[in-house]
Design a protein around this ligand. Structure first.
Ligand SMILES: [Zn+2]
Length: 900
């Protein structure tokens, strides 16, 4: 007999004494559609006399057909585990938008859980190894247990991981086998039960209301219009951590420093384990790029050895954007891991055609997954009956294999974590750039604060220079802010602040190719190659909250609030909506101060309300001896609506988020309201955010089903019907709705369309003279940042903008055509195009956008249509463009020609 390595041999052998749950084994066998879709790691479950199994609490084993668990029940289960086992501890990490508790569940040996705080402190010390000697580091590495964090339910339609983790948690604390004992003894396993708790409940409601009846993949009714309050899949693209559950998790991460985050998703068959393919972020540590395939290859080999087909790596997701939620680990010198397991978007067993080109399931997008490749040695089957228990078996076996590897090498994991943290600091001392300077003399400190506070949230140290900064890039005044690179997260600072040089135009990337924060926020940030920066005396800052000031004189005739480009100027208008505000259409001088166009003129008797608002919003106001002689118009707050389809609410959600943040009053309206007509009597301005990809999609939206698809709150489904409700979300506004929009504009309304929605007024003839086209098939531009040229600088949309060209994110909006005779009047901004005007990221075919309109203002009837080919409210990200949208709203009654 050949000798097998002892640890492998023992890995799946259970202790002979341990009682097993026979009912579990029988059920799992029955629910698994082929024997090879399970493994010896998960085909059994211990029976415990003290600790409740999932079935004890939920009434069924994990992976039962047609059973999904609501978030409150997930919490009930984990809290029951914590109550009954000293191997479990739960920490609350914050609330969601809808008031649910975000929690993290820690699992480990009794001794580990008892000493959790000691491990936390040790990990924090390794995460910031400044002042730590090698000997001290070695001591910490040998005495500390790494946290391996598992995250489920970021995407609410990917329902399996949240179920699986309950079983895994139970197994980890009850099973007595060499593998599980090793994991329990050498690691701290932590769990996010559902990263989007609000979305979990909404999706489970939707599943029970509709999807539980789906039996064929072609019957897919799609998901609910909403998951969480604002966004769906973009909760994994929230690069600035605007959404509460995402922010909660980042705060937790920076307190606990798990060296590994493993994010569990569902899409491609049968199990894809991420190894970080090209393009890769080259600023991250080379160690990371060794660790990624180290784990992935081990899992492919392990699951294949258990006889499970279809486990593969590579050939899917790249390592370019730092904005994915789990990347908080790799961004902070840890390791991001990710699985995609095959799922049915619910808990029904279904016949699935893996390469069905007509399949409508989201996970089926693109690529033949059944071919044998070097990275897919045993491919998935072309057709398969698939169950949620198969999904559980694959994911749990994969996770256990990842944990097995980590538990076999805990000191290596920690050593790497320490080295990566150390290298980040060292790289800042030896490699250019040495840091970034945010000059103090920027008129709008509120956008500076947005950027700085996001960097601080990410754990990046920002400091204030006590004296003038003299470096090779120039001289900057005292009080300027510095981000030195010789800090634990110096690499992340570089990644977020530098220009993105996409390495190869022939590569594709899963999300954006650019995110340069200074360009996105239109904040001046100077990269410095001067090493002297590192030794400058500075004071660390915690949080930036610019305090505004109002220089009020008792004899003032009025006040003016200077328009320095802050979005908060719009907030001030909303806060003072009952005051007679006017907006100066040209700049003027007052007592030696230059008052820019766009500045607010506020009556003298409003000072009591004005002052606190100006101060808290970080704005700058002065007294005027007399009203200015320049033209002015009223800052009248419009009756504003935001139009949303039912099938594509996410980009609408980002606009809602920004509107809520900046205190904008608006109604969210759907096809139901539009079809009622009389839009003009109710609204002055309607914004149609980017959505639906095509004009036809915007108009016809979700295809009608056999039965109406209601999104309403009922006694049984209390999580549906939020943020709007409908007796049938299908069918779209149809031509009827398009006609109502036309009537709205002709009767004097202002219609504002953003990004891809700007094809709608062009293609449905609301703007008869404007045409919309698409770039060629060769064009490829995943969210680069490009120059846009302001053509009509006096138009109110550009109040707060003093430059001639501004950086904008390419939004994949339509290529608009305006008749030559109207161009001078109607085209407000255009894309010069060409590679020289690509500021960051990739635009392949940049000549195609040459001189294409970026913003058009077209009179139609008594109203106007403002078409943005850009998206001036893209996620919580391009703050530098936000003012254009807010300007269009607070100046809706003026088109800058004096005859509005
Ligand atoms: Zn996902």
């Amino acid at each position: 007999m050949r000798l097998l390595p002892l640890t492998l041999l023992l890995a799946s052998i259970l202790s002979a004494q341990q009682a097993l749950d026979a009912d579990f084994a029988k059920s799992v066998k029955e629910w698994t559609t082929k024997p090879e879709f399970s493994s010896r790691l998960v085909d059994h479950l211990p029976k415990s006399a003290t600790v409740p199994s999932p079935k004890d609490i939920l009434g069924h084993h994990i992976g039962a057909p047609k059973k999904l668990t609501y978030y409150a029940e997930l919490l009930t289960y984990y809290r029951a585990l914590a109550a009954k086992s000293a191997r479990v501890k739960i920490v609350d990490i914050g609330k969601t938008d809808e008031g649910r508790d975000s929690i993290v569940v820690f699992l480990g040996s009794e001794e580990t859980i008892r000493n959790l705080e000691i491990h936390r402190r040790s990990l924090a010390r390794l995460a910031d190894p400044r002042g730590l000697s090698n000997a001290e580091a070695n001591d910490l590495i040998s005495s500390t247990k790494p946290i391996y964090h598992l995250m489920a339910g970021l995407h609410s339609s990917e329902t399996g991981p949240s179920e699986m983790l309950m079983e895994l948690a139970y197994r980890l604390i009850t099973e007595d086998s060499p593998l599980i004992n090793s994991i329990r003894d050498h690691l701290i396993v932590s769990i996010t039960p559902a990263a989007d708790p609000d979305g979990r409940d909404r999706f489970v409601d939707w599943y029970y209301r509709y999807k539980i009846n789906e039996s064929r993949e072609d019957d897919n009714l799609g998901g609910p219009p909403y998951w969480g309050k604002y966004v769906l899949h973009d909760d994994n693209r929230d690069i600035n951590y605007s959404q509460l559950p995402m922010r909660n998790l980042l705060r937790w991460y920076l307190e606990w420093h798990p060296p590994i985050i493993h994010d569990l998703h569902e899409s491609v068959p049968f199990l894809y384990t991420f190894s970080g393919q090209a393009p890769q972020e080259s600023s991250l540590d080379p160690i990371l790029y060794g660790e990624l395939p180290w784990f992935a290859n081990f899992e492919v080999a392990q699951l294949t050895s258990y006889g499970m087909p279809g486990v593969w790596t590579h050939g899917y997701v790249d390592m370019w954007s730092p904005g994915y939620l789990g990347f908080m680990a790799s961004n902070h010198n840890g390791l991001l891991r990710m699985f995609e397991t095959f799922g049915n978007g619910g808990a029904n067993t279904m016949h699935r055609r893996i390469n069905n080109p007509d399949a409508t399931n989201a996970g089926d997008a693109g690529g033949d997954r059944t071919t044998r490749e070097w990275y897919r040695p045993l491919p998935p089957y072309a057709e398969v009956d698939w169950s949620i228990r198969n999904n559980t078996n694959y994911m749990e076996t994969g996770v256990l294999s990842g944990l097995q590897l980590a538990a076999a090498f805990p000191a290596i994991i920690l050593q790497n974590f320490y080295e990566k943290s150390l290298h980040s600091i060292e790289a800042g001392k030896t490699e250019k750039p040495y840091g970034y300077i945010i000059p103090a003399d920027q008129a709008d400190q509120t956008r500076v604060a947005l950027v700085v506070n996001i960097l601080r949230l990410q754990g990046i140290e920002v400091s204030r220079a006590a004296s003038e900064i003299q470096v090779s890039e120039g001289t900057f005044p005292a009080g300027s802010l510095l981000i030195k690179r010789d800090q634990p997260y110096g690499r992340l600072a570089k990644i977020l602040l530098e220009k993105q040089n996409f390495p190869d135009p022939n590569l594709r990337t899963y999300d954006d190719s650019a995110w340069t924060m200074g360009l996105m926020a239109r904040v001046k940030i100077v990269e410095s190659a001067d090493r002297a920066l590192l030794s400058m005396p500075v004071q660390q800052i915690d949080h930036l909250e610019p305090k505004g000031k109002l220089d009020a004189s008792p004899t003032a005739a009025a006040y003016t609030i200077l328009d320095n480009g802050s979005v908060n100027l719009a907030t001030l208008c909303f806060r003072l909506k009952d005051t007679r505000l006017r907006i100066a259409e040209q700049s003027f001088q007052s007592g030696g101060t230059n008052v820019p166009a766009g500045s607010l003129i506020v009556p003298a008797d409003s000072v009591a309300r004005l002052r606190p608002a100006v101060e808290s919003l970080g704005l700058d106001g002065i007294s005027l001896d007399a009203l200015p002689a320049v033209p002015m118009h009223a800052a009248a707050i419009p009756r504003l609506a935001v139009y949303s389809t039912w099938g594509s609410t996410q980009d609408v959600g980002w606009v809602r988020y920004a509107f809520d943040h900046f205190e904008t009053p608006y109604d969210l309206i759907f096809k139901e309201r539009v079809k009622q007509g009389n839009l003009r009597t109710a609204y002055d301005v309607i914004v149609i955010p980017n959505q639906a990809r095509t004009a036809k999609g915007l108009v016809y939206d979700i295809a009608p089903k056999k039965l109406p698809l209601a999104y309403t709150k009922t006694a049984a489904f209390k999580f549906l019907g939020d943020y709007g409700s409908s007796d049938d979300i299908t069918g779209g506004m149809s031509l009827e709705g398009a006609v109502e929009f036309r009537k709205f504009v002709e009767a004097g309304g202002v219609l504002i369309t953003l990004g891809e929605s700007s094809a709608f007024p062009a293609e449905y003839g609301i703007t008869r003279t404007i045409d919309a086209a698409r770039p060629s098939a060769q064009f490829y531009a995943p969210g680069p940042i490009v120059n846009a040229e302001i053509l009509r600088a006096a138009h109110p949309i550009f109040y707060g903008y003093t430059e001639k060209t501004v950086p904008v994110r390419w939004a994949n909006g339509p290529l608009l055509t305006v008749p030559r005779i109207d161009r001078a009047q109607q085209v407000l901004m255009q894309f010069p195009g060409g590679d020289a005007n690509v500021l960051s990221g990739l635009m392949k075919g940049s000549a195609e956008i040459h001189n294409r309109p970026a913003i058009v203002d077209v009179p139609v009837g008594r109203g106007r249509v403002i078409l943005f080919a850009t998206n001036p409210c893209y996620r919580w990200q391009n703050f530098g463009e936000f003012r254009m949208l807010f300007n269009a709203i607070i100046n809706y009654n003026s088109n800058g020609t004096g005859n509005s």
